[in-house]
Design a protein around this ligand. Structure first.
Ligand code: C5P
Length: 258
């Protein structure tokens, strides 16, 4: 089973002018853009409103993690026209996720807008088996698959809390869809087309084609597009690769992640 493989371009920069000119260059072919901490802390909600004003959707990637009441209020502030997705840390617990959802729904009802989807970060991909077991103390000595088990467990808690999906590495997409169903959204960073050259700091990366075959619903792509000589040409090449992969899947081709 594969996901739709929609592309989200990560606007990892602090200058809102630079971010907006990229949106102007890439929309409407790219329909969604990710605003993370750097851009949001530099420009606040204004940049979100400006992106929405250009007709694009926003994934507000602020990874909320605090007591439930605080997260509820923050989630309601982020619920504004154009924001179609926000995220929280699953490690904040079920009650925090439930309150995030409540904040979003209440704010959306007041503004008469579609509520953004709320997704969870299961485990930062910068945290590996050693950090998880030795520093954080999870599942010490249990199995070598403790990272996958933790990620799937967090996804299940997020789903039980009513969330719409998770941010995850492509390598865990299959296990998450198996545990939580194909309707549970997977948002996958760490995507590197073969033509993009160096993978930068991404270690466990996949090609767009591999991400589609793994079942990713959304592919988060930053530097292969934003640092390309022509971001528009890079985005088009990526979109073509995704379309072709989806077509191959439709024709019944089957490929496993290596
Ligand atoms: O430039 P690049 O394609 O590596 O950007 C990936 C984006 O996805 C960045 O904004 C990064 O912070 C984010 N991300 C990630 N890995 C995660 C979660 C988010 O690379 N596990």
């Amino acid at each position: 089973m594969t996901g739709k493989g929609e592309i989200i371009v990560a606007l990892d920069m602090k200058d809102p002018g630079e971010a907006l000119s990229l949106v102007r260059e890439l929309a409407p072919e790219v329909t969604m853009f990710k605003v993370g901490m750097e851009l949001f802390y530099a420009s606040g909600s204004d940049v979100i409103d400006s992106i929405a004003g250009l007709g694009a959707k926003v994934f507000c990637d602020l990874k909320l993690h605090d007591i439930p009441a605080t997260v509820k209020r923050a989630a309601s502030v982020l619920t504004r026209p154009g924001v179609s997705m926000i995220d929280v840390h699953a490690a904040g617990g079920s009650q925090m996720m439930v309150e995030a959802l409540a904040g979003v729904y209440e704010a959306a009802a007041v503004q008469n807008i579609q509520p953004p989807r709320v997704i969870a970060v299961t485990l930062l991909t910068s945290i590996d088996h050693d950090v998880l077991t030795h520093e954080l103390g999870f599942g010490r000595g249990l199995t070598e698959y403790v990272v996958t088990e933790y990620v799937v467990r967090m996804a299940e808690v997020a789903r039980a809390s009513g969330l719409n999906g998770v941010v995850t590495s492509a390598f865990e997409v299959g296990a998450i869809h198996k545990a939580c169903g194909d309707g549970f959204i997977t948002v996958v960073p760490g995507v590197r087309p073969t033509w993009a050259g160096e993978p930068h700091d991404q270690k466990r990366f996949v090609t767009p084609r591999e991400a589609v075959f793994a079942g990713a619903d959304y592919l988060v792509v930053g530097r292969p597009i934003t640092r390309a000589r022509s971001p528009r040409d890079a985005a088009r090449a990526l979109l073509d690769e995704v379309r072709e992969a989806r077509e191959d899947v439709r024709r019944g081709k089957f490929e496993h992640l290596g």
